[in-house]
Design a protein around this ligand. Structure first.
Ligand SMILES: Cc1ncc(CO)c(N)n1
Length: 223
């Protein structure tokens, strides 16, 4: 008998090499192994602050679409609103963390990989992009961070004490549950999607993974 698997599960298996590349990147491994170059961490911190600010309008647009959507998306709104609230917190956390590391957020210039990722986020806000495609991308964006940082919290990791809080922020259990909720929404939407929308969603999933790898590469390169 053929095994029944969800669409996201199918994609995670099909694109596992790229997924592992995004979630077990050398930048993440260096946090986990305790040999991270702190200038890389500071670069990441400043660039991710810019990214998160650009992420808010996308989440807002997905939220609007959930509200406009069909009856089975009424719970989606609450999940997405929860994500939005977390982003509000996150922006405050970035400011606090930046001052701790003596990173001046107002002087930071967005680097190429970041600009390209933000441009991709903006493209997902285009009115012709289906809710299904946007929610798949949204799930993937959150899932990569969740899995990456959870990896730095596993037993036996040598994650430096001063980076524990960062890893907790994305890698904690609640964050894992939130990602699962997003994934369920994505799979429910994909189940009723046309082949064309499914293909577009798979492409968006792949784009997210590629942008995530580029984003880690940019940070890993330092300054
Ligand atoms: C680059 C990047 N991807 C995903 C997240 C998840 O919030 C983030 N903060 N930054």
């Amino acid at each position: 008998m053929e095994e029944k698997i969800t669409m996201t599960e199918r994609w995670l298996r099909k694109h596992s090499l790229l997924y592992v590349g995004a979630t077990r990147h050398p930048f993440i491994r260096s946090i986990r192994d305790g040999n991270i170059d702190l200038s890389s961490f500071k670069t990441w911190l400043g660039q991710d602050y810019i990214f998160v600010r650009a992420f808010v309008p996308l989440v807002s647009s997905v939220l609007t679409n959930a509200w406009k959507g069909s009856d089975d998306s009424s719970n989606d709104m609450e999940v997405i609103l929860g994500g939005m609230a977390a982003l509000n917190d996150e922006i405050a956390w970035f400011k606090k963390e930046a001052s701790k590391w003596d990173v001046h957020l107002s002087n930071i210039v967005s680097q190429k990989a970041n600009q390209e990722y933000c441009r991709f986020l903006e493209s997902l806000m285009n009115p012709e992009v289906k809710y299904t495609v946007a929610i798949v991308a949204f799930w993937a964006i959150e899932a990569v961070y969740q899995e990456s940082f959870a990896h730095c919290l596993e037993d036996g990791c040598k994650t430096p004490a001063e980076l524990q809080e960062t890893c907790q922020r994305w890698g904690n259990e609640g964050s894992g549950l939130y990602c699962n909720s997003l994934r369920k929404i994505a799979d429910r939407q994909l189940q009723k999607a046309s082949d064309d929308v499914k293909t577009k969603a798979e492409v968006a999933f792949l784009r997210v993974l590629e942008h995530e790898v580029d984003f880690w590469n940019m940070s890993y390169g330092g300054t």
